[in-house]
Design a binder for this molecule. Structure first.
Ligand code: MN
Length: 236
């Protein structure tokens, strides 16, 4: 990295996600994640079904490309996968009406909200923020995006994840409690959303632990597939 004009230290490149069939990439500004959006996953973690969903964030440079080798992360003994529909915004605003929210969507992909579940659970019990469990290096693998101009705005389709060829998670986009328009609308009441924001929209049931050596495949039928591999912890 070089020190470019106007900055006193080297500044990082803009994180980005490839777009399928395009020479150009989608630049990532922010990553938001929906806390709870599939009933069966809320039930498997013993959470309150009546609560509205809520949002937490990962940093843009935690985006990790398809095919990545991801070292088992530090501090955890329960590193889990959550396969999710990814929504990428081409524009935004504040307090967007749900009925107009899809106009702001550039496209869709599939991602994994990688989670240090033991640390997330401990933080929740202590009423501390979730960052230690959710926001860490390489915690947001994401497929290439498919533009909505090609595939429309999917409301159903199988979402699945397998580890070493064995299916762990399966569900359907039609099971989402809050749809994409409602999610964008709700998030935009909390904070302005802008071009470059992506939203990971919650996971179906079947979340479970990963170990070094695991090969993970996931996808959403009609949208995209994604694979990652977990390797040994990085040398300290
Ligand atoms: Mn999640």
């Amino acid at each position: 990295m070089s020190v470019s004009a106007g900055f006193v230290i080297p500044h990082a490149a803009t994180p980005s996600i490839p777009v399928a069939g395009e020479g150009k990439a989608f630049p990532v500004r922010r990553i938001w994640c929906v806390g709870r959006n599939y009933l069966d996953h809320i039930r498997e973690l013993g959470n309150d079904e009546r609560q509205p969903p809520f949002f937490f964030a990962k940093h843009a440079d935690m985006i990790t490309p398809d095919g990545a080798m991801i070292p088992y992360p530090s501090l955890t003994k329960d590193f889990q996968h959550e396969v999710e529909l990814v929504v990428a915004l081409k524009s935004g605003g504040h307090a967007i009406a749900a009925g107009h929210a899809l106009d702001h969507v550039y496209g869709y992909g599939v991602g994994i909200d990688l989670t240090r579940r033991d640390l997330q659970t401990a933080a929740r019990k202590k009423e501390q923020p979730w960052e230690i469990g959710k926001s860490f290096d390489l915690s947001a693998p994401c497929s290439a995006l498919r533009p909505a101009s090609e595939i429309g705005h999917p409301t159903h389709g199988r979402i699945w994840l397998s580890v070493n060829g064995v299916e762990r998670q399966t569900g359907d986009l039609s099971q989402m409690i809050w749809n994409v328009g409602e999610i964008i609308s709700k998030l935009s009441q909390q904070v302005s959303v802008r071009a470059g924001d992506i939203i990971m929209t919650g996971t179906p049931a079947g979340v479970a632990a990963l170990e070094p050596g695991d090969k993970v495949d996931c996808g959403i039928d009609g949208i995209a597939t994604l694979k990652i591999e977990v390797s040994k912890p990085a040398e300290q």
